[in-house]
Design a protein around this ligand. Structure first.
Ligand code: 6GU
Length: 227
């Protein structure tokens, strides 16, 4: 999988994802991260990539030309045919585990990170296939949202996680939140590990975990149980 990111802050994304599990996946060539600086493509003599909005209003709007040229260059250099192009925007469809699993099947995904008050609608119409939000709150730019999506999609790609099972059994694959986990020591500041987990009785442990997962889902996310 090749993740291409069009952004004004490539180092932010590189630094964030070159760490931990995604960092290891990049180093072992299971995924590739190609962050491209939109500013490199501006034809403005002062290096500007934004301008005032037609019709007036607050803030600046990212111009179409640098983004379009950046996109064309990524597609040409990497020989990409019919790519998914994801525009990170609070006005998009909300990202979830199902979308993550679908996107993990692609060979290339191009992300467009917006900044300022928005992006010229014409370039969005020309190149974007998916408008995606990561939740109902507003961020200063699309970079953190792209990082969230790339992290999530990566862990659905074979070879990224150590164990194939954990991506399958965890929260949202089963529509249940995960059961609580414990490790050594058996007693921490007077708090004991639930007895059943020390019993070695696998059937009882499984039953206890299912009950805990259900109880937790009912308390914290009852909306997940409504269907
Ligand atoms: Cl994708 N972008 C921005 N700027 N804010 C957001 C978001 C995306 N998703 C939620 N808030």
């Amino acid at each position: 999988m090749n993740f291409h990111v069009m952004t004004l802050f490539p180092e932010m994304i590189e630094q964030g994802l070159n760490t931990s599990i995604t960092g290891r996946a990049i180093n072992s060539n299971i995924i590739r991260l190609n962050c491209v600086d939109i500013r490199k493509y501006t034809k403005d003599k002062h290096g500007h990539v934004d301008d005032y909005p037609y019709g007036g209003g607050a803030g600046m709007v990212m111009q179409a030309q640098p983004i379009y040229d950046c996109y064309m260059d990524i597609v040409a250099k990497n020989n990409i045919k019919n790519p998914r192009v994801v525009f990170l925007t609070p006005a998009g469809r909300t990202f979830n585990q199902q979308m993550s699993r679908e996107l993990a099947k692609e060979d290339d995904i191009i992300f467009l990170c917006g900044h300022y008050e928005g992006v010229d609608e014409r370039v969005i119409e020309m190149i974007v296939t998916d408008n995606v939000s990561i939740g109902d709150y507003v961020l200063t730019g699309g970079e953190l949202a792209a990082m969230v999506m790339i992290d999530s999609i990566s862990r659905n790609i074979k070879g990224v996680l150590n164990n194939d099972i954990s991506a399958e059994t965890e929260s949202f694959t089963t529509n249940m939140l995960e059961y609580p986990q414990y490790t050594r020591p058996e007693i921490f500041m007077d708090k004991k590990v639930p007895e059943v987990l020390l019993s070695g009785h696998h059937k009882n442990i499984e039953k206890w975990r299912e009950e805990q997962a259900y109880k937790r889902t009912l308390e914290r996310r009852p909306d997940l149980l409504q269907d």
